[in-house]
Design a protein around this ligand. Structure first.
Ligand code: IMP
Length: 195
């Protein structure tokens, strides 16, 4: 089994990607590297942030690794909150972030939005990117209890439920992250390069 480091300590993300990759790869995390430092995320794009995370790990530990960065882009808000999704209102409290977003969209007719994920992979000295996105719209009141982040106010295109009303399994088959992770997994499983 080949080991690959994922620059995260989020067990849900690790579980999701491990289940897609199967037995061929063993996903290791920052814990396995005993990395307790906060990895900076100061980029202005998802690509920059994801790459910043893999660069950080490569510089310190010299291992093949990948990292992701995600967020919500709202058309009528010039693609905000984007890389600032986790702290759009200035706080990390998601209730406050949702309220802030809804206030900014009050009276706005165009509710088009998308979730986007970019994965940066650094493998044997080469840099790769994988992207996933899902389009939908922002509703004006929260619906549903599942999921996290902006899930209660996002309805994916072609569906009637918000991400927060969907089962986790269903969300995990159509989400931006699932699409990007699937591309990463397809690449890893077909690549001949040894890790
Ligand atoms: P991360 O880069 O995956 O940690 O995502 C950054 C922020 O984007 C999160 O804190 C959420 O606010 C938002 N976000 C990313 N993915 C999702 C999702 O699937 N549902 C809801 N919010 C999300």
């Amino acid at each position: 089994m080949k080991a690959l480091y994922f620059a995260t300590n989020n067990p849900h993300k690790v579980q999701e990607i491990q289940s897609i990759l199967g037995d061929e790869f063993e996903i290791k995390t920052l814990n396995d590297l005993a990395c307790e430092e906060d990895i900076p995320e100061t980029g202005t794009t998802f690509e920059e942030n994801a790459k910043q995370k893999t660069d950080f790990i490569v510089e310190r530990y010299d291992v093949s690794c990948f990292a992701d960065d995600s967020g919500l882009e709202v058309e009528a808000l010039n693609l905000e909150p984007g890389v600032y999704s986790a702290r759009y209102s200035g706080s990390r409290n998601m209730d406050e972030n949702i309220d802030f977003l809804l206030e900014r969209l009050a009276g706005v007719e165009d509710r088009t939005a998308r979730f986007k994920t970019v994965i940066s992979l650094y493998l044997d000295g080469k840099q790769y990117f994988f992207e996933g996105s899902i389009s939908g719209r922002i509703i004006d009141q929260r619906r549903g209890e599942k999921g996290f982040g902006y899930d209660p106010i996002f309805i994916p295109e072609g569906y009637a439920e918000t991400f927060a009303e969907m089962s986790i399994n269903k969300k995990n088959t159509i989400s931006h992250r699932a699409i990007a992770v699937k591309k990463l997994a397809d690449f890893l499983l077909k690549t001949d390069e040894s890790i």
